[in-house]
Structures are given as structure tokens and as C-alpha cells.
Design a protein around this ligand. Structure first.
Ligand SMILES: CC(C)(COP(=O)(O)OP(=O)(O)OC[C@H]1O[C@@H](n2cnc3c(N)ncnc32)[C@H](O)[C@@H]1OP(=O)(O)O)[C@@H](O)C(=O)NCCC(=O)NCCS
Length: 174
């Protein structure tokens, strides 16, 4: 049986490699090379990721399989949220599993860990933005009780796209 772990991480190299590799796997076929390069340079630079890791309102969770990084999630609270949201909300800003490890429950494991964190911090809502055409991710989020509450723009390079805003209740502790 593979050993699967979900843990908080502050290791910049692991997070940078997972960020670039999963973003490229997910979106390269759908976007121009220029837009991809621009997005990675502007949003996933080692300097910027280091700032995000150092932000006390952001947490990176990494899923490993037999010690190999297989996916990650970034959650935000307070002022780190990318939209103006109340303090009792937690944002799932990024959730990415490497292709080779998809459909093994890792995304679910990270999501359950994030809900546990939100519950422990007394949050009442979890929210996220997802590209309107990302059907697999939308199907995945619906399983966790997320429903659409609106939409917002997402800029990939020079391309303006529409993200659905989705929200789920965080059930309080029993
Ligand atoms: C969406 C994502 C995070 C799901 O992670 P995962 O580890 O593959 O998901 P799990 O194995 O935990 O799947 C749990 C359930 O979600 C649903 N689901 C997951 N992937 C799905 C897909 N491609 N199509 C339809 N339903 C899907 C299924 O109901 C699945 O249960 P099942 O495998 O028993 O049928 C992953 O596919 C991913 O990283 N995608 C690319 C990046 C991305 O789009 N991230 C979201 C950006 S907002």
C-alpha cells in the first residue's frame, strides 16, 4: 500500500515545482505559449511564492505518495483572500494534482484537510473560483457541497477568462 500524507509545507522548491508542473499540465494545451509563460513569470515566480509561503494568512498543503510530492493546495484567510470576503470565510485559491496521481483520492484528501482547518478556525464558509469550462474540477467541487454564487474575471497572460465563484458550508464541530 502506498503511504499517502497531507501535510503543511513551507518548502519553496517543492511548491514551485508542483505549481509550474501542474499548471502546465492543466492549461498548456488550451492556451498560447506566450500566455502560459507570462502567467508563470507573473504569478508563480520563486520570489512571489516565497512571499505567499511567508504570509501567515496563507497555507500550502502538499500531498505526497511514498514521499513523492503529488499535488498541492493553497488556502487563504483574512486579507490574503483574493476577493473581499469576510473573516469567517476561507478561500481555496489553488488545488492541483499531478496527472499521474489523479483519481486516487488525493484531491479529496487535501480538501478534507482544508475543511478540517476551516472548522478548527471557526470558519463558516469555504469558497473558490474555477474556470467556467473546467468540468472535471466543477464536478469534484460539487461533491464537497460547493454551489455557484457568482462569477469573476481571471486573466491568463493577455487572455481574460471567466471563473465561477462557488461556496460551501463548513459544518461546525459536533
Ligand atoms: C480536480 C482535481 C483537483 C481532483 O483531484 P483528484 O485527486 O483527481 O480527485 P479525487 O481522486 O479525490 O476524486 C474525488 C471525486 O471527484 C470527482 N472527480 C474527480 N476528477 C473528476 C473528473 N476528471 N471528472 C469527473 N469527476 C471527477 C469524482 O466523483 C471522484 O470520485 P471517483 O474517482 O470515486 O469517481 C484534479 O483533477 C486536478 O488537479 N485537476 C487539474 C487542476 C485543476 O483543474 N484544479 C482546479 C483548478 S480551480
Amino acid at each position: 500500500m502506498p503511504m499517502i500524507e497531507m501535510a503543511q509545507s513551507a518548502d519553496t522548491t517543492t511548491i514551485r515545482d508542483l505549481s509550474v508542473d501542474t499548471f502546465t499540465e492543466t492549461f498548456a494545451a488550451l492556451n498560447t505559449q506566450e500566455d502560459m509563460d507570462k502567467y508563470i513569470a507573473d504569478n508563480l515566480s520563486p520570489e512571489l511564492l516565497q512571499q505567499e509561503i511567508d504570509n501567515p494568512n496563507s497555507t500550502f498543503l502538499v500531498a505526497t505518495v511514498d514521499g513523492v510530492p503529488a499535488g498541492y493546495m493553497k488556502v487563504n484567510t483574512g486579507a490574503a483572500q483574493t476577493e473581499d470576503m469576510p473573516d469567517d470565510h476561507m478561500e481555496v485559491q489553488r488545488l492541483y494534482i499531478l496527472k499521474a496521481f489523479k483519481r486516487n483520492g488525493l484531491g479529496s484528501g487535501l480538501m478534507r484537510t482544508a475543511f478540517g482547518m476551516a472548522r478548527a478556525q471557526g470558519k463558516t464558509k469555504m469558497w473558490l473560483g474555477v474556470w467556467e469550462h473546467n468540468d472535471p474540477a466543477i464536478a469534484f467541487y460539487k461533491r464537497f457541497g460547493f454551489t455557484q454564487i457568482g462569477s469573476h474575471d481571471f486573466v491568463l497572460g493577455d487572455d481574460r477568462q471567466t471563473d465561477l465563484l462557488m461556496e460551501a458550508n463548513v459544518e461546525p464541530k459536533e
